[in-house]
Design a protein around this ligand. Structure first.
Ligand code: SF4
Length: 286
C-alpha cells in the first residue's frame, strides 16, 4: 500500500499519508452493511444478499447512483479484523452471500479479512469493472462470484461521464480474467454459488454505447455469458447531462439486440425499477 496500484489509475501514493483519485485512505471506510434484496434473483434470493458498501470509488461517474458515499467517502472505519466480524454477522443473519460493493480500492484489506475468517457462503465481488487484470488474478482464491459492470464501449463517453477513457480496455481485460476463473454453478434453490454475471446499466440517450457494449461482450467472451441488463437508472440532482429515466423504447432496443446477438441467459428489469429502493439509504452528513 505504500505505493497504491490497486486499480488502473495507478496513483502510486502512500494512502496512509496522501490520497489518490479514489480519495480513500488506506483504512477501510464502510457506510452500510445489511441484507439487500435488490440484486439479481440468484444473488438476493429469499433471504437477501449480505451487502457491504465501501466508501469511495476509483471512478468518477457524474450520474453515480451512490454518489453520497462514492464521491466523498464517509462512514465508519474498519480494520480487517472488524470486517471479518462483519462477514460473520451477515452470515449469522442468513445472508445468501457476502456482497462486497465497490471493493476495488480495498481489495488488499479484504484479502486480509478473508484470511482471518472465510464465511461458508459465497463471496461476491461487485465492481464497476474498472479493474487491473493482475489484481483480479490475485483474487482467484478469495472471490466466488464476480458481478462486474461493463459500462462503456465508447472511450469518449467513458471520459465524458466517468473521467476514465481507458475503461473499455480495462473492463474487457478484467472481465476476461474473471470469466477464466469462474463458471456458473447454482445450488438446489437456484442461488449462484460461483460464477460471473456481467451487468450493464442502460443510460438514457446513449443507445449506441449500450449496443457497442453488447458487441464487445460477444466479440470477447461469446454469447454464452450471463448478462444483467439494468433499467434502473435514476437521475441525480447535480447531473443535468442525464436528466431523465430510461424510455421503454430505449431499453427494449437494448434487450432486443442482446437477443438478436444470441445471448440467452439475460436478467432484465421492469422499467419501474427506477425507484428509490434500488439505492440504499446511506448514513451521510449532508
Ligand atoms: S485504489 Fe485509489 S489510490 Fe490506489 S490506484 Fe486506485 S485510485 Fe489510486
Amino acid at each position: 500500500m505504500s505505493k497504491c496500484v490497486l486499480c488502473p489509475n495507478m496513483c502510486r501514493v502512500d494512502r496512509d499519508t496522501a490520497k489518490g483519485l479514489c480519495l480513500s485512505p488506506s483504512q477501510m471506510i464502510i457506510n452500510r452493511a445489511a441484507l439487500h434484496f435488490y440484486e439479481e434473483p440468484p444473488i438476493s434470493g429469499a433471504r437477501g444478499s449480505g451487502a457491504i458498501f465501501f466508501g469511495g470509488c476509483t471512478m468518477k461517474c457524474i450520474y453515480c447512483q451512490n454518489y453520497l458515499i462514492s464521491r466523498y467517502p464517509q462512514g465508519k472505519t474498519y480494520s480487517p479484523l472488524q470486517l471479518a466480524e462483519l462477514f460473520r454477522k451477515l452470515e449469522d443473519e442468513g445472508a445468501h452471500n457476502i456482497n462486497l460493493v465497490t471493493p476495488t480500492h480495498y481489495s488488499d484489506k479484504i484479502k486480509q479479512a478473508l484470511n482471518l475468517y472465510r464465511p461458508r457462503i459465497p463471496i461476491v465481488y461487485n465492481t464497476s469493472g474498472y479493474e487491473r487484470k493482475e489484481i483480479i488474478r490475485s483474487l482467484k482464491d478469495y472471490v466466488d462470484i464476480y458481478l462486474p459492470d461493463f459500462k462503456y464501449s465508447c472511450k469518449a463517453l467513458a471520459e465524458e461521464l466517468s473521467g476514465r477513457p481507458d475503461y473499455p480496455d480495462c473492463a474487457t481485460e478484467a472481465i476476461a480474467e474473471m470469466l477464466a476463473q469462474k463458471s456458473n454453478r447454482y445450488d438446489a434453490e437456484g442461488i449462484l454459488q460461483e460464477g460471473a454475471i456481467i451487468r450493464h446499466l442502460v443510460l438514457p440517450q446513449e443507445l449506441d454505447n449500450s449496443l457497442g457494449v453488447l458487441e464487445l461482450i460477444k466479440q470477447n467472451f461469446g454469447n454464452g455469458v450471463t448478462l444483467s441488463l439494468m433499467s434502473q437508472f435514476t437521475p441525480v440532482p447535480h447531473c443535468n447531462r442525464l436528466p431523465r429515466t430510461l424510455k421503454p423504447i430505449e431499453y427494449k432496443a437494448v434487450v432486443a439486440r442482446a437477443q438478436s446477438l444470441g445471448f440467452s441467459d439475460i436478467f432484465t428489469q421492469e422499467l419501474t425499477s427506477a425507484k428509490p429502493e434500488y439505492t440504499p439509504s446511506f448514513d451521510v452528513c449532508k
